[in-house]
Ligand binder design. Structure first.
Ligand code: HEM
Length: 276
């Protein structure tokens, strides 16, 4: 019955593809015209971005327009909501745990002093508590809870007590692992301090080398934007906490809903007060 497309998925996808081609095609064309203008000028202040890098590829690596649209769309599609959703979860947690928020702000203040400047990339390595907040939020509210890029078992495989026959498509449920009391003591408590222990093992890697917490996946299909995503979230968070105090406006509801990413079921509404 698949060909009947009863739920209209294929029809909706076809109409979306047209919109994506127009939207991303426009970005590519704008870059092409800027580049040709630049080539005609002797000096230029124009900085290359990701689209320019793709356009500058030559020889065997040269991408066709449709490949370039696919790459750029994947970047926009995978890289925007994950970052925004993670920040929303973190702010929800900051509003719910004012003590943790204040501790992070004190850490930022100690770096910035009364210079009046904004936190910058180079400050991030000096903000371990802020990083622990990001890690703890990725543990409790991973935007990508299912590592879902089909893992296909090509041989019969035994994993612990489970037999996986050849030909099985498997998904890894990262959410279940990060909420498992056997893996994480007091798994349902929000405690950034768990990442600040003195033992080496408390300094958890989250880029995919330890499957107890792999919010960006692991292996060949690991998130290619993980470093950029993490750096973006940390910088935004440091600036948002450095400049504002966040307080609740009504109830903060931590219910989850799984759409393309794991979102807050009810959008966070809160108040921001400028910090002096
Ligand atoms: C906090 C931010 C982010 C989180 C939590 C996140 C999480 C993930 C996860 C869990 C996967 C699936 C990995 C797997 O199945 O093993 C994934 C895939 C992917 N992510 Fe991210 N991501 C983030 C940011 C970004 C950014 C900023 C970009 C691009 C600019 C990006 C691009 C991608 C792409 C293209 C894939 C698909 C990779 C493939 O098909 O092999 N992500 N991400």
């Amino acid at each position: 019955m698949r060909w009947l497309d009863l739920q209209g998925v294929r029809r909706r996808c076809r109409s979306l593809v047209c919109k994506v081609n127009v939207f991303v095609g426009k970005i590519i064309n704008e870059h092409k015209s800027k580049r040709s203008l630049r080539d005609n000028q002797e000096e230029s202040t124009y900085d290359d971005d990701f689209v320019d890098v793709l356009l500058g590829m030559h020889g065997n690596s040269k991408l066709s327009d449709s490949d370039m649209i696919a790459v750029l769309w994947e970047m926009i599609f995978r890289g925007t909501d994950t970052v925004a959703i993670l920040l929303e979860w973190i702010l929800a947690r900051m509003v719910l745990h004012p003590d943790i928020q204040a501790k992070a702000q004190a850490e930022i203040d100690a770096i910035i002093g009364d210079s009046g400047r904004q936190v910058s990339d180079s400050d991030l390595s000096k903000l371990p508590y802020l990083r622990a907040i990001v890690k703890e939020t990725l543990r409790m509210h991973p935007p990508g809870p299912l590592l879902s890029w089909a893992r296909l078992s090509i041989h019969d495989t035994q994993i612990g007590a489970h037999f996986i026959p050849a030909g099985t498509t498997a998904m890894v449920n990262m959410w279940a692992i990060t909420h498992d009391e056997k893996v994480w003591p007091k798994a349902h408590e929000y405690k950034p301090e768990r990442f600040l222990g003195v033992k080496e093992s408390d300094n958890f890697p989250i880029m995919g080398s330890d499957l107890r917490l792999a919010p960006f996946g692991a292996g060949r299909r690991v998130c290619p934007g993980k470093s950029m995503g993490l750096a973006t979230v940390e910088l935004w968070l440091a600036q948002l906490l450095g400049r504002f105090k966040w307080v609740s406006y009504g109830e903060v509801d931590l219910s989850e809903t799984l759409k393309l990413s794991l979102e807050m079921k009810n959008t966070l509404v809160c108040k921001a007060f400028p910090r002096v």
